[in-house]
Design a protein around this ligand. Structure first.
Ligand code: XMP
Length: 513
């Protein structure tokens, strides 16, 4: 795969993935590398440009992350963002200090004035809002650098040595709050680095197919298909590459949404692959009988899934490669973070370790989620699969509070379908990042016709979020909620009350369990 590469050198900033996504959105391939990466490795990537990210440190402290000065002698353009900007200033002889004056510390939206003769700001308005988040201040800029933007509080918001192609901005161009931020990144790529824009999905698809064929040869590949976006796109990509050498095992644990199993099967009908659908509803429900503790449910489903998958893979016969749906954020994040475990988030599809394979194949390893979706479209997968919301591996089991039974699962499936159907009819589904129904363990008294009912209370949950780490409850119009509630009560026997969850995350989580 030959395309131009930009390196995003990671100094620990919170928006680093966003920087990389922006670069790729601009049609340029990039990879995030930790700042500790050996220079030789970075050089071997033959980058056309390097971006130093933000980070939580102060450059003037002894232990601050640094980069070898040699990088400045390569003749490759560098853009420093926030900490990255201060690092350039510090490394090339400028002076960075802690802002003494409150007003020089800038956080949040800041009115900024740009010198539009600078390549970074070419063709953009001379004034706009930028998103700042820095407590340090460039007191002196290095020799050869000119000031290219200022704010009311700070004279040096952006610096540049255009002769050498070095640029630094104190603000975060990658976040949406910065007006024209992406256009500035684009300018860096195209005006400064000489990017040609050779990163697009059609091209990636072609080269990924060739790479898979080369790696697999005449070997056989096994894939656990869950029906989620990643495994579906991976299945389509492998199907397109090696056709009949691929076996997809789709374990239907009986806790899918309405019609989901059939939809997945249908989506793969056009390809000539070995598609194994295992209807294991009874098996999973038996294991879950009497269990109401959420983490226990997750564990049971995760383990049972592996067991079923192992059994099926033995039936397949010889298997050389196991396909895994690792995507780029997993690659970046693996090993990082020691946050408290709130939920175990078992991903159904965990690897069995008792099956023998020659190797793993991870065809989505370099892609961000939106790129995975794009690739899926490129491969001709139906939109409902490609733009699907995340659905937890344990499925409806963690949306049925308390014990899971077939009766409850059927009730929930139908109510959940009506909710999503009405959202789609109203065109609301596009702006929601996750929306689903939860069957509570509470029964309440109602009156229908002239009779008393004593049935389940259902909760509806819809959120907007950009990263699923935090989320806002969605403001759905009352009229629509009214329609949904009426339909559910009329069409789902066994539910006599509908509630709407108005809690954001935090303090709640998105799922109820
Ligand atoms: P929470 O509930 O933690 O959910 O706010 C954040 C995101 O993770 C999904 N989720 C899961 N996904 N297995 C999964 O594969 C799980 O056990 C699981 N639990 C939560 C949830 O749907 C949301 O997108």
């Amino acid at each position: 795969m030959s395309h131009q590469t930009v390196i995003v050198l990671d100094f620990g900033g919170q928006y680093n993935q966003l920087i990389a996504r922006r670069v790729r959105e601009c049609g340029v391939y990039c990879e995030i590398k930790p700042y500790t990466t050996a220079l030789a490795e970075l050089k071997a990537m033959e980058p056309i440009g390097i971006i130093f990210t933000g980070g939580p440190n102060s450059v003037y402290l002894d232990k601050a992350p640094r980069v070898d000065q040699e990088i400045f002698t390569w003749g490759i353009p560098i853009l420093g963002i926030c900490y990255g900007c201060q690092l350039i200033a510090h490394a090339l002889g400028g002076q960075v200090t802690e802002a003494q004056d409150e007003s020089a510390r800038e956080y949040g939206k800041t009115r900024t004035y740009f010198d539009t003769s600078c390549k970074l700001f070419r063709g953009l308005p001379a004034e706009g809002v930028t998103w700042m988040s820095h407590g340090d201040y460039m007191e002196e800029v290095p020799e050869g650098f000119a000031l290219m933007a200022r704010s009311d509080a700070c004279p040096n918001v952006a610096i540049a040595d255009e002769g050498r192609g070095f640029y630094g901005v104190q603000y975060h161009p990658e976040v949406n709050h910065t007006e024209n931020g992406v256009a500035m990144i684009r300018n860096f790529l195209y005006e400064v680095c000489g990017a040609v824009g050779d990163w697009f999905m059609e091209d990636y698809k072609r080269s990924a197919i060739l790479a898979i064929r080369e790696k697999v040869g005449d070997g056989r590949v096994l894939l656990a298909l869950s029906g989620g976006v990643d495994s579906s796109v991976m299945a389509a990509l492998l199907a397109e590459s090696i056709g009949g050498q691929l076996t997809c095992v789709f374990v239907d644990h009986g806790l899918m949404r309405l019609n989901e199993g059939d939809e997945v099967e249908e989506a793969f009908a056009p390809w000539d692959i070995n598609f194994v659908r295992v209807n294991a509803e009874r098996r999973f429900l038996d294991k879950l009988a009497g269990v109401s503790e959420p983490e226990r449910k997750r564990k049971i489903i995760g383990e049972e899934f592996i067991r079923v998958f192992e059994e099926e893979s033995k039936k397949v016969g010889r298997v050389d490669f196991l396909a895994q749906g690792t995507i780029y954020p997993d690659v970046i994040e693996s090993g990082a973070g020691d946050a408290a475990v709130i939920k175990s988030h078992h991903n159904v599809g965990g690897l069995p370790d008792t099956v023998d394979f020659k190797g793993l194949i991870e065809p989505l390893r370099l892609l961000f989620k939106d790129e995975v979706r794009q690739l899926g479209r490129e491969l001709g997968l139906p939109e409902y699969l490609v733009s699907r919301q995340p659905f937890p591996g344990p499925g409806l089991a963690i949306r049925i509070i308390g014990e899971v039974t077939k009766e409850k699962a059927d009730l929930l499936r139908l109510a959940d379908f009506i909710f999503r159907d009405e959202l789609a009819r109203a065109g609301e589904d596009k702006r929601l990042n996750q929306s689903f129904a939860v069957l509570t363990d509470t029964r309440s008294v109602g009156v229908m016709g002239d009779g008393r009912t004593y049935d389940y209370a259902l909760a509806l949950r819809a959120v907007t979020t950009s990263d699923f780490m935090t989320a806002n409850w969605a403001r759905i119009p009352y009229e629509l909620l009214d329609r949904i509630s009426t339909r559910i009560i009329n069409e789902v026997q066994g539910i006599n009350r509908v509630c709407y969850d108005i809690t954001s995350k935090p303090p709640a989580t998105i799922e109820w369990e």
